[in-house]
Design a protein around this ligand. Structure first.
Ligand SMILES: NC(=O)c1ccc[n+]([C@@H]2O[C@H](COP(=O)([O-])OP(=O)(O)OC[C@H]3O[C@@H](n4cnc5c(N)ncnc54)[C@H](O)[C@@H]3O)[C@@H](O)[C@H]2O)c1
Length: 259
């Protein structure tokens, strides 16, 4: 089989960056897409251009600065991957943001909008741009649309209501896409990470007035935080042709958090 081509959003750090690394090690060509700039609606830093450049220094990885909320930008990213490597086999929506820390009705509207627009509409926007490209591959194809949901998709986490709503939406989206894609050879799946040691978890700790992210370890049956590469390992399997029996699945990668 010729080398597979992947596009990953939220690729400059955390779970997205670890996934780019895994896919590149597997021999994929990867377009690493990230906003690589702060979001004025949110009080914590996003990845930087230097973060994205570090990921882009890996072999077979190119970078693309884009906002997942921008349909034209997502289309341009998909077009760039196809132009650069001749097609697209894998699209992974890992970009995500968090906000809350107060009851829903007290969350500043611009923060609620950012959480819904990045975490849910951003996944829909990538799906709209990328799935036609996955279907442009000739049969037999092994296209993979993947999203990063969260344990918050199934748990009611206080002070994170908009985040829970968006992630539950991602789970519903992936189930419906799995059914829609039917026998096309393209599947749609998601992972639901538990508390994973990345900047979004540090921001979650701040929102809950905890001293640091390590405080979340005790709530997970494995009694530790997960590393981003542990989530990336499952995404890399789901991205491979070997996962062809799975579609519409939302796979917990959460150290037992959802139990
Ligand atoms: N870390 C956890 O504990 C945890 C748990 C469950 C789910 N998740 C999910 O995992 C995914 C990855 O998060 P992470 O933990 O790596 O956090 P992170 O903050 O390290 O990474 C998020 C990345 O998304 C990028 N991004 C933010 N807004 C963007 C936009 N509008 N367009 C393009 N890129 C944008 C950021 O620059 C950053 O590189 C997210 O969807 C998050 O909700 C994380």
């Amino acid at each position: 089989m010729s080398p597979r081509v992947a596009l990953v959003t939220g690729a400059a750090r955390g779970i997205g960056a670890a996934t780019v690394r895994r896919l590149a090690l597997q021999g994929c060509s990867v377009l690493a897409v990230d906003l690589a700039a702060d979001d004025p609606a949110l009080p914590y830093p996003m990845a930087t251009p230097a973060d994205l450049a570090a990921v882009g220094a890996l072999p077979n990885v190119d970078t693309f600065v884009a906002d997942v909320r921008d349909p034209a930008a997502m289309q341009a990213a998909v077009t760039e991957a196809e132009r650069r490597w001749g097609g697209l086999d894998v699209a992974i929506a890992a970009a995500g943001v968090i906000a809350g820390g107060v009851p829903l009705w007290e969350v500043p509207p611009e923060q609620e909008k950012a959480v819904l627009d990045v975490n849910l509409t951003g996944v829909l926007t990538l799906a709209r741009a990328a799935i036609p490209a996955l279907l442009r591959r000739p049969q037999p194809r092994h296209g993979r649309f993947l999203a990063v949901a969260s344990a918050a998709a199934t748990r009611g986490l206080p002070m994170l209501a908009a985040y829970c709503a968006a992630k539950a939406g991602v789970a519903g989206l992936v189930r419906a896409l799995g059914a829609e894609l039917g026998g096309s050879g393209v599947t749609a799946n998601a992972v639901s990470p538990g508390s994973t040691d990345t900047p979004i978890l540090a921001e979650s700790a701040r929102l809950y007035a905890l001293p640091d992210a390590a405080a979340f370890a005790a709530q997970q049956p494995v009694q530790r935080l997960l590393g981003p590469d542990e989530v990336a390992a499952v995404l890399a399997f789901l991205a491979s042709p070997d996962s062809g029996a799975m579609t519409g699945a939302v796979v917990p990668v959460d150290g037992g958090l959802a139990l």
